[in-house]
Design a protein around this ligand. Structure first.
Ligand code: NDP
Length: 246
């Protein structure tokens, strides 16, 4: 039985990369998808149009997840359009890789604003506005499991996301909501490939059991499972989706 049929699913950062793939995959399974984006209106509209073209259901809603007022409006608009939100996928995220000594106050604040405050903002709305028996899937990283120079502030944000997820699961469990985080390994999107020489990508690919980096669809399939009723007994967990790299 397809338990994603007609679920209303809000995917943050779904204009590009992993989020766009998640939106496509969930819509193909019958979900009604809210494609959130920050600045890439054209890409978000394209994601929605492709979904509609295949007979799926989706709308694009702009909101910077680091802005709590914008996140409140995002939920207002989503609920006005579809009547409810069943699943929240907190995929929006940014990564700035620099040695700690070179990381500016702005680099630090920006990553915490989007990755941690963004996740906090949407979960605070979800605490009272996500439907009973809903699901929340937050985004961490498998880089948390290895010590890669240059990733210190990024993994600090993702460690915070994992902890927020664990504790929050105990605060909303009485409404039947499960909360998990997923930790992709290196995945073929702009966030990962931007500025990386081929030899660095190949070295990271060699850490996986399958000698490749992930594709957005690899992650989207795991999100679809976590969003489904089949995963309801899983909560407060971090799921590695990394081809065994860590
Ligand atoms: P991309 O850079 O390809 O896409 C990021 C998405 O997030 C875009 O849709 C972007 O929207 C959106 N976004 C960024 N800032 C905001 C904001 N303030 N408010 C709303 N949306 C925002 O990233 P990936 O697809 O690679 O990453 C998705 C998630 O997976 C992130 O949380 C990332 O940390 C995590 N991850 C990625 C890995 C990888 O190797 N790719 C590995 C491990 C984890 P817009 O286009 O409008 O700016």
């Amino acid at each position: 039985m397809n338990t994603l049929q007609d679920k209303v699913i809000l995917v943050t950062g779904a204009s590009r990369g992993i989020g766009a793939s998640i939106a496509h995959n969930l819509a193909a399974a019958g979900a009604k998808v809210i494609v959130n984006y920050a600045g890439s209106k054209e890409a978000a509209d394209q994601t929605v149009n492709e979904i509609l073209g295949k007979g799926g259901e989706a709308i694009a809603i702009q909101a910077d997840v680091s802005n709590s007022a914008a996140v409140k409006t995002l939920f207002d608009q989503a609920i006005a359009h579809y009547g409810r939100v069943d699943v929240l996928v907190n995929n929006a995220g940014i990564m700035i890789t620099k040695l700690l000594k070179d990381t500016t106050d702005e680099d630090f604040a920006k990553q915490f604003d989007v990755n941690v405050k963004g996740t906090f903002n949407t979960m605070r709305e979800a605490a009272t506005r996500l439907a009973d028996k809903g699901s929340i899937i937050n985004f961490s990283t498998s880089v948390n499991r290895i010590m890669l120079p240059g990733y210190s502030t990024y993994v600090a944000t993702k460690a915070a996301v994992e902890q927020l997820s664990r504790v929050f699961s105990k605060e909303v469990g009485d409404r039947g909501i499960n909360v998990n985080s997923i930790s992709p390994g290196p995945t073929n999107t702009e966030l990962f490939t931007n500025g990386k020489p081929k030899e660095v990508i190949d070295r990271l690919a060699s850490l996986s059991a399958f000698n490749r980096i992930g594709e957005p669809e690899d992650i989207a399939r795991v999100v679809a499972f976590l969003a489904s009723d089949e995963a309801k007994w899983i909560t407060a967990q971090n799921i590695g989706a990394n081809g065994g790299m860590a």
